[in-house]
Design a protein around this ligand. Structure first.
Ligand code: DGY
Length: 317
């Protein structure tokens, strides 16, 4: 008998086709978001869930899952939407999808760096709104990347891929990680977070969201950046204190921000919308068909391993 799999969101056709070859699949036909009660009801009789970052699988949601569920394969590298410990206590395995979205996310980090540094949001608005009067020698001046210091907070896979790409823009790379990284792309390690902040003309956030990193980028941290720095985030919105960042953008302590992730997505802090020096994207880090296929296949690889009695390669809990 094929294991029964609940897929909580609409996934790319090739991923669904592969899932259907191995599993007895129930799909989310209208791609709506399910609350805990709906998820628990859909999961009745299922052996596995293939879930995404929009499934808020906290302790209560995990608690409500039926006994039949033995594994949650997340279609994401981040697992902050899952209470992995609560799952462990229920005997539910958890996997994620690292590696396959590294390059796509690093590409978005570079897009944010460029977009923020060159005032792309304000420039595009002037075209769309018809307010672009003429080319002006002193108009819409951005910040050059050449020779600037890029501070990478979290030198994991995506941090390193971002560093490699930033080198092509002749940037000087610095990073902070708990430990020095061996393959650090020749970047300068800062043992302390504050040390990194002090040299970061552009700060790019790549650490995981954990209780320790929540609101790590607060008013104190932003004040340590060189005046007129740029802040970029492709990791998780909750690493940034929105009140502090918006205040810093308003007074020019931070010249511009490039954000792909937000607190309370998609209901972001409305003040960002009117902040001309904020270049904003709607969580597009992994949003290419190639990458979303690869994420789906990786999640299915993990399920295949699990149901074949092997240890899934991306087991996180
Ligand atoms: C992840 O995989 O954690 C991303 O945020 C989804 O793109």
């Amino acid at each position: 008998m094929a294991p029964k799999l609940l897929i909580t969101r609409k996934l790319p056709p090739d991923v669904l086709a592969r899932a259907a070859r191995t599993y007895d699949v129930e799909y989310n036909t209208d791609d709506s978001l399910w609350d805990n009660a709906q998820l628990a009801a859909r999961a009745v009789g299922k052996d596995a869930l293939l879930a995404t970052v929009t499934d808020r699988l906290g302790a209560e949601a995990i608690e409500r899952l039926p006994q039949s569920v033995r594994i949650i394969a997340s279609f994401s590298v981040g697992t902050d939407h899952i209470d992995v410990e609560a799952a462990r206590l229920r005997g539910i395995a958890v996997t994620n999808t690292p590696d396959v979205l590294t390059d796509a996310t690093a590409e978005i980090a570079l897009l944010l760096i460029l977009g923020a540094a060159r005032g792309a949001a304000a420039g595009m608005a002037s075209i769309r709104e018809g307010t672009w009067a003429n080319w002006a020698p002193t108009g819409m001046l951005g910040i050059s990347l050449t020779g600037k210091r890029l501070g990478i907070l979290g030198m994991g896979r995506i941090g390193r891929a971002t560093a490699r790409r930033a080198r092509a823009f002749s940037m000087e790379i610095h990073y902070h990680n708990r430990r020095r990284v061996e393959a650090d792309e020749g970047a300068t390690w800062h043992e302390s977070f504050d040390g990194l902040l002090r040299v970061s003309d552009i700060l790019s956030v790549h650490c995981a969201s954990t209780p320790e990193t929540r609101k790590l980028i607060d008013a104190r941290a932003l004040a340590l950046l060189p005046r007129g720095a740029i802040v970029v985030n492709t990791a998780r919105g909750d690493i940034i204190d929105d009140d502090a960042l918006i205040a810093a953008l308003q007074i020019g302590q931070v010249a511009a921000a490039g954000l792909d992730v937000f607190n309370n997505e998609p209901n972001i802090d409305p003040r960002y919308r009117t902040q001309a020096n904020a270049f904003l994207l709607p969580h597009l880090g992994s949003a290419t068909l190639e990458t979303r296929n690869a994420m789906g296949f990786r999640a299915l690889d993990n399920l295949d391993d699990f149901f074949a009695g092997r240890e899934p390669r991306d087991r996180v809990g």
